[in-house]
Design a protein around this ligand. Sequence first.
Ligand SMILES: Cc1cc2nc3c(=O)[nH]c(=O)nc-3n(C[C@H](O)[C@H](O)[C@H](O)COP(=O)(O)O)c2cc1C
Length: 221
Amino acid sequence: MDSGSDSEPLDIEALGEDLKLLEGIRTTRAIRRLKPDPVPKELIRKVCEAGTFAPSGGNRQPWKFIAVTDPERRVWVADRYRKVFRSYIAPALEAAKAPDYPARKRRNALAALHLADHLHEAPVHLFVAGWKRRGTEQSQALFPAIQNILLACRAVGLGASLTTLHTSFRDELDPWLGLPPEIPTCALLPIGWPIGRYGTPPRESVDEKLYWDRYEGEDPA
Ligand SMILES: Cc1cc2nc3c(=O)[nH]c(=O)nc-3n(C[C@H](O)[C@H](O)[C@H](O)COP(=O)(O)O)c2cc1C
């Protein structure tokens, strides 16, 4: 999928409509290396619309989507995210220096670090927020919508990943986004045209996860 910066205008209505559902599910992974090219607002609207088809308790549809695209505002977010992420990832990066550190985990940590260091370049910082219920945050009511958005990004060829580290500076962030305390942010999805490709993410086999009638796996130590 080419980025919208090509001379051919994107047919946003048709984009992503032909991807088979289960194939899309099996090939959606965290895409953290993004081009800085802008993403049409209509396309962001389209992936957020996919979010609105998620289930929610009592069909209350508590989600609000705030797409930050202004370059200076993205720097504001990225400066804070990077700072939090660097202290969060430091132990993993130190451990990853060991030669026997699993290559897959090392790649994942480095990709997450790349995102943190380049977050200001991601053309869209999509925040997902949602109404509290009886004073309690309802993040479980937002994750189905978040996953729908990630899948829709996959379908239309956008790169995206799910992050939550912004919650460490939410007291400052949410008012800055104009959100009242009753509608806290839950996730930040950096979205843009991917530098890499989508592909099957590494996952353990379903046969190690599925039991019939009764759990027969090991107890955690
Ligand atoms: C609740 C939740 C929070 C996450 N927070 C972050 C985060 O703050 N930063 C980040 O880079 N990735 C974050 N991730 C993404 C995971 O690291 C990612 O899903 C995992 O590495 C698998 O990636 P893959 O689908 O490419 O295999 C989060 C995922 C979940 C489900």
